[in-house]
Design a binder for this molecule. Structure first.
Ligand SMILES: CSC[C@H]1O[C@H](OP(=O)(O)O)[C@H](O)[C@@H]1O
Ligand SMILES: Nc1ncnc2[nH]cnc12
Length: 293
């Protein structure tokens, strides 16, 4: 990557967000990856002149459940398409009274309780350990916060997203445990998405949009998809407004991210060059070509 470059904004739309309006020169295009197929075609276009690439996380019409998402293909496809930063938009349950349905949380931490997903691009033949101590990009999160406040959106900066495997919602005992752990919101998709974005050296920020109080709240004994969908449609409109407001602010040429997102692999690869597997290296062309190419 040269000293300064023109950012390309990747947008991952969660439940209820299967398209983005207002894009100029819009075109859905299939992107192939060495990791298999992403959730759907990617939507390419420009917002206020800024290049954007949108991916509906579950596919249009929501055919794919969280555990079957090919997160590696999704992140690779975005990187391969020139994306430099990802704004992830997701529906979540709230684990705190003060985060009611309709509220947005700019997440800064995760607890990853998923167990049935491929979590790394690396492995036997090329081992890497990146830091995810700070899994989201503060620069990107700052821009989202400014845009959200300007729009008057109900929004909290900072919060921990508990990522569960699903597809069932949590039991009340689990929900209460996660509350004791101090988590803010619960969902099923931001991991390993955020970890893979870090391995791919992409800035990643997450906007968690509350749809329900999960099952711990005395006035909301159980969460249902119907309930979630009702709130989600309003949230999706607010999310589209947020995207339109934040993209122009992010579109100016920039240098490498001061938070280090674009250099995450600098000291992460431990496998000696002579022990690296050429087949795996070939698959890493988009994700780690900067270092391995
Ligand atoms: C429709 S409720 C459960 C579903 O919604 C969330 O999806 P996403 O994170 O993609 O917005 C949640 O994680 C579950 O996958
Ligand atoms: N309560 C909840 N638990 C997990 N994922 C969710 N997505 C939306 N609401 C949720």
């Amino acid at each position: 990557m040269s000293d300064t470059f023109e950012p390309v904004i990747g947008l991952i739309g969660g439940s209820g967000l299967y398209d983005i309006d207002g894009l100029e020169d819009r075109e859905w295009r299939k992107v192939s990856t060495p990791w298999g197929d992403p959730s759907d075609e990617l939507l390419f276009g420009r917002l206020h002149g800024v290049k954007c690439v949108f991916l509906p996380r579950h596919g249009r019409g929501h055919p794919t459940p969280p555990s079957a998402l090919n997160f590696r293909a999704n992140i690779d496809a975005l990187k391969r398409s020139g994306v430099t930063e990802i704004i992830s938009l997701s529906a979540v349950g709230s684990l705190k009274e003060e985060l009611p349905p309709g509220h947005f949380v700019i997440v800064d931490q995760f607890i990853d309780r998923t167990f049935a997903r491929e979590k790394s691009f690396f492995g036997t033949g090329c081992v890497a350990h990146v830091s995810v101590a700070h899994p989201t990009c503060p620069r990107l999160s700052d821009a989202i916060e400014v845009a959200g406040r300007d729009l008057g959106l109900p929004m909290t900066r900072g919060g921990t997203y508990l990522v569960m495997e699903g597809p069932q919602f949590s039991t009340q005992a689990e929900s209460n445990l996660y509350r004791q752990w101090g988590c803010s919101v619960i969902g099923m998709t931001n991991m390993p998405e955020a970890k893979l974005a870090r391995e791919a050296e992409l800035c990643y920020a997450s906007v968690a949009m509350v749809t329900d109080y999960d099952c711990w709240h005395e006035e909301h004994d159980a969460v249902t998809v119907d309930q979630v969908v009702k709130v989600l449609l309003g949230n999706a409109d607010k999310a589209r407004a947020l995207v339109k407001a934040v993209v122009p602010a992010l579109g100016k040429p920039r240098g490498l991210c001061p938070a280090g997102c674009n250099n995450a692999l600098d000291h992460a690869i431990i496998t000696a060059p002579e022990k690296r597997d050429p087949a795996l290296l070939a698959k890493l062309d988009a994700v780690a070509g900067r270092l391995l190419g």
